[in-house]
Design a protein around this ligand. Sequence first.
Ligand SMILES: [Zn+2]
Ligand SMILES: [Zn+2]
Length: 267
Amino acid sequence: MIKCDFHTHTILCDGENTACEMAEAAYKKGLSAFGFSGHGYTPFDDSYCMSQEDTNQYLTQIQKLKSEYAGKLEIFAGLEADLFSEYDRCRFDYIIGSVHYIKIGNNYIDVDNTSQILKYAADKYFGGDMLSLCEEYYKQIATLQNIDIVGHFDLVTKFCQQEDLFDMTCSRYRMSALSALDILIDKNLIFEVNTGAISRRARTTPYPEPFILKRILERGGQVILSGDAHNTAGICAHFDIAEQLLKSLGFKNVVTITKNGFSEVKL
Ligand SMILES: [Zn+2]
Ligand SMILES: [Zn+2]
């Protein structure tokens, strides 16, 4: 099994464990590399992200952990930036870019929270048409830039396994997802296979859906496994499910992060 995880959170954002506890757990689980990816500062919603001051503290803590674990565990300082986050890319080893909100006029719709919020937004802004909301989500995710890895590409499907929100198999939905995907593949970005929603019991399969993974493979795109761990138990959690899925689709490699940058390892 792949023993590295680069999508993890701490108490400095919405995680449950300290950076020390997360690093210790990663070491005890036998990981070879471990990356922190706290939520980047997003001015209109400070409930889940790190403030500018938290970010300084975060980087200081990680720097300390890097030397404490030198020779035992390779540690990286990443960031999970929202499309609307403010950050200085040079301060981080890598950036995961995620869309947790879609912007409609001056309003931000939280797509990661509850299905009620999505239904309310579909009614208010899209005449009740959830697929139009999805199209807007994909239009906005296609604009991600200044990042390395695309986080949970089809997050908008978060509640679809529990509720009949929209039909993920219909061609209108698939076309909007795939056209955004093609744009992001052309930007040479890496795509997460994110098991976080399995840990949080929202889904039984990782993001993204197999039809999206197939297109990434066909187009020669790259994927990386992500636990999106908000506590120590979430580190590399359900990677067996993700690996099995990738192998069944024909993937041979996944991306990892090394001191010399991104490289591929065999599945
Ligand atoms: Zn996220
Ligand atoms: Zn995350």
